[in-house]
Design a protein around this ligand. Structure first.
Ligand code: SF4
Length: 363
């Protein structure tokens, strides 16, 4: 019974993606059971990343004020979502947030600027900031700044930027249903410009925007063709006032299947259970770590998510390792027993780690 799954895993290890019909069956669950599928996806995940989980922190360096109309984004020009709008944060604010990410053991700190793309002057300013951040903190720095051309990609690559994020978001065919102020081809051009200048790219998708399974398969294959090494798999966070509304397709199982598909199609890529994982995966959240080797902590651009402690706890409880700052992790969980937090209604915790420590070894 498990031979078909073993074959999927073996082919991933040989870097051979599933066929289109297999990919559709993986997503739609036709004759493909979830748990053996997750195990098949875990085989290449373990080969290339062991049990490590990379933790990314996002920071909105500029929020709102965007002329584009990406219908899933609360910062788009037509959205009536009540978000804070601000132009670029000061360098001091960015440094303070980078410091926080480094201390919390984040593998990468991702700066996100709203807008269609930066001017040349803004690109130079960002390049200077990136050089200073890299001099000070031993973590990776990523930038999401909209459309970028060759000249800008070169400036950012020379500044030592670790990754440029620019998501394809969906398939070419479905793209005009989510945005019309720029096209899919513009997005692909940005990724190609990054590649030409040796800038590592990060590009993924958003599920739950009315796309078909075929659209998901197409974007998985396009990311493979573009040799994208980092793939965030986002799950639409429905925001009142946005034009793209949730299509209701995202069960926890569909999310896990999509993560498994991304891993099997892109076996060596860093696959991230990204925006919206908490609300869509719900109780099945830890299972995402079998196909994915990367997560965001501490929320997204305009919405909250699980904090560092809850996320780290999930990773540890599922038997995975945080690829971060071990001293911080020790500090965070110091004194914690194997169980904690049981409470009678309205009472203090029943299980108290300090009592457990004091009585350990007695009697
Ligand atoms: S995704 Fe970026 S470009 Fe699109 S509306 Fe939001 S901030 Fe603007």
């Amino acid at each position: 019974m498990f031979e078909a799954y073993e074959r999927l895993a073996e082919r991933a290890l040989r870097d051979e993606p599933p066929s289109e019909s297999e990919a559709l069956a993986i997503l739609d669950g036709k004759d493909v059971a979830l748990l053996p599928l997750l195990h098949a996806a875990f085989v290449p995940r373990e080969r290339y990343f062991g049990r490590k989980v990379m933790v990314h922190m996002l920071n909105n360096v500029q929020n709102g004020l965007c002329p584009e109309n990406c219908g899933y984004c609360a910062q788009n020009k037509d959205s009536s979502a009540p978000i804070r709008k601000y132009a670029m944060k000061t360098d001091e604010e960015v440094f303070a947030e980078a410091e926080n990410a480094a201390r919390a053991g984040a593998t990468r700190y991702c700066m996100v600027l709203s807008g269609r793309g930066p001017t040349l002057e803004r690109t130079r300013k960002l390049a200077l900031l990136i050089r200073r951040l890299k001099d000070r903190y031993p973590i990776g720095f990523c930038l999401s700044v909209g459309l970028v051309d060759d000249e800008q990609a070169k400036i950012l690559a020379e500044a030592g930027l670790d990754r440029l994020n620019h998501n394809l978001n969906t398939s070419e065919e479905h793209y005009e249903k989510i945005c019309t102020t720029h096209g899919y081809a513009d997005r692909v051009q940005t990724l190609l410009a990054a590649k030409r200048h040796g800038l590592e790219s990060c590009s993924g998708l958003i599920l739950g925007m009315g796309e078909s399974s075929r659209d998901v398969v197409e974007v998985a294959l396009r990311l493979r063709e573009l040799e994208v090494p980092s793939i965030p798999v986002n799950f639409l966070i429905p925001i009142d006032g946005n034009q793209v509304v949730s299509d209701g397709s995202l069960t926890p199982e569909r999310c896990l299947r999509a993560l498994a598909l991304m891993r099997l199609v892109n076996p060596r890529a860093e696959i991230r259970a990204a925006g919206g994982r908490e609300g869509h995966l719900r109780a099945l959240g830890p299972l995402a770590l079998w196909p994915a080797n990367s997560l965001f902590v501490d929320g997204y651009l305009t919405t909250r998510g699980d904090g560092v402690r809850a996320t780290y706890r999930m990773i540890r409880d599922a038997g995975f390792e945080i690829d971060g700052n071990p001293a911080y992790e020790r500090e965070l969980f110091e004194g914690e027993g194997a169980a904690e937090g049981f409470r009678l209604e309205g009472e203090a915790p029943l299980f108290k780690p300090e009592i457990a420590r004091a009585t350990r070894g007695v009697g």
